[in-house]
Design a binder for this molecule. Structure first.
Ligand code: G6P
Length: 439
């Protein structure tokens, strides 16, 4: 990194890219990025141009000497990279519409990171990410892969198990959002709040919450039970929690736990959205159109506030912080998806977990959690099995593995329905799933 840092962003034409640019601009004094390569595919050429030009204007306005390169040539971009971030969506938003609508049509939750939709996003994405890490081995073997592409848990699991590239980290904005919301709820600065996080991606719990040296977990749970106080993401229906349940649970659930603990209520909300053509993917498609219209305006040279209507708000803080901590050997604590290595006693040594880590120049070191409380252990293990089987199905193209992954997922009510939804989604996503259709 002697000549300055080279960063490559795959899926660079995403509407989220201005978030990332803002993150690099804000941190330029500690993270001197020399080159940022935004990479996309032919189908994303137009968006890449639009968002890339906005990125150039943002950098110019900020007066930082970051060179922005736009390319469709991934190999050229990857050559000698220091960090590679991935934020692509295989099949674009149309594939997400199918991931959400097809399960809903059959009466099941339709969501892009869990259940049937989550599995299919994993099946489409994992082979592409494995191709990327193979190219990284050849072109930038020491570079860190910072993956955002969902389902981040299953994807990290697959990379840890099936790729030779070991410098892999999965990142998500949920821990940052939880930390921020809890600090706001308590009325104290974020730096004073420490949360011991443990679990999996979108299956994350705050086991203990501290303000300075005082444990305040119960107080947080009481506040969370107040229907007027929300800790949520823009993409999840803000359904209030059962107060007695929270008290009994004793640990802080993440917004995504509504899918598991309020399945019936979430399903009702989603079915309503299905009927009116307002599933999240459909809402996001409209939002994206608006965002790209804004991005086209040559007078725009900052991240527009409208981007905060997306669920991924603050994702660049998570990505830029981990890159900066590796570069600067900060040894600070961040919540990342990494190999467990014994941090959570109830999960395999080699599996991916989302947990507090100390981030050093040699990468993140997961902090020991020990055993999970009995009330959450079963669900975490169950979803971990779903992720392992899903990852295996993605690399083998095995129908049976995919069927078992689905059937053991708590969001799928029966083996026969699992088979029906599997058949329907395989047909719908055929062009992105060559392994399942090989002769
Ligand atoms: C949350 C999740 C991300 C997800 C995003 C979707 O932030 O943590 O993993 O990608 O929401 O937001 P969207 O606006 O696309 O529905």
């Amino acid at each position: 990194m002697g000549k300055g840092i080279k960063i490559v962003t795959i899926g660079g034409g995403s509407s989220y890219t201005p978030e990332l640019i803002e993150g690099f601009i804000k941190r330029y004094y500690e993270l001197p990025v020399r080159e940022l390569w935004l990479v996309d595919i032919e189908a994303g050429r137009e968006k890449l141009e639009i968002v890339g030009n906005l990125a150039k204007r943002m950098v110019e306005k900020a007066g930082v000497p970051i060179e922005i390169h736009l390319t469709l040539d991934r190999r050229q971009a990857l050559k000698d990279a220091d960090f590679v971030t991935t934020q692509m969506r295989v099949g674009l938003l149309d594939a997400r519409v199918k991931d959400e609508r097809i399960p809903l049509e059959m009466g099941m939750i339709g969501q892009e990171t869990n259940g049937a939709g989550g599995l299919f996003k994993g099946l489409r994405t994992i082979p592409v990410l494995l191709e990327i890490t193979e190219e990284m081995q050849e072109l930038c073997p020491n570079a860190w892969l910072i993956n955002f592409t969902n389902p981040a848990g299953m994807v990290t699991e697959a990379l840890l198990r099936y790729s030779n590239h070991k410098n892999v980290i999965g990142v998500c904005n949920v821990p940052f959002n939880m930390h921020l919301s809890i600090s706001k709820m308590l009325g104290v600065e974020m730096e004073r709040v420490y949360i011991e996080f443990a679990g999996l991606n979108h299956m994350l719990f705050g086991l203990h919450v501290y303000v300075d040296d005082q444990e305040v977990t119960q107080k947080v749970l009481e506040m969370l039970g107040d229907p007027d106080i929300q800790m949520n993401m823009k993409n999840i229906a803000p359904l209030p929690w059962n107060t007695q349940f929270l008290k009994g649970l004793g640990v802080v659930p993440c917004p995504y736990h509504r899918y598991f603990y309020k399945t019936k209520d979430i399903l009702e909300e989603e079915l309503e959205a299905y009927k009116t053509g307002k599933t999240r993917a459909e809402v996001v498609k409209k939002l994206e159109e608006e965002l790209f219209k804004l991005y086209e305006d040559e007078m725009l040279d900052i991240k527009p506030p409208q981007l905060e209507k997306r669920g991924g708000a603050y994702y660049s803080d998570a990505a830029c912080n981990v890159i900066s901590s590796i570069y600067n050997d900060k040894k600070d604590i961040q919540v990342l998806n990494v190999q467990n290595k014994g941090a959570i006693a109830d999960i395999d040594y080699e599996s991916a977990v989302e947990v507090n880590c100390m981030v050093t120049k040699n990468g993140p070191i997961p902090l020991t959690v020990g055993k999970l409380p009995v009330q959450i252990k079963g669900l975490v293990q169950q979803i971990k099995s779903f992720e392992i089987l899903g990852a295996e199905a993605a690399v083998t193209g095995s129908f049976e593995k995919a069927l078992v992954a689905l059937t053991i997922n708590p969001l799928i009510p029966s083996d026969d329905l699992a088979e029906d939804v599997l058949q329907a989604l395989l047909e719908a996503h055929k062009e992105y799933l060559p392994l399942f259709f090989k002769q």
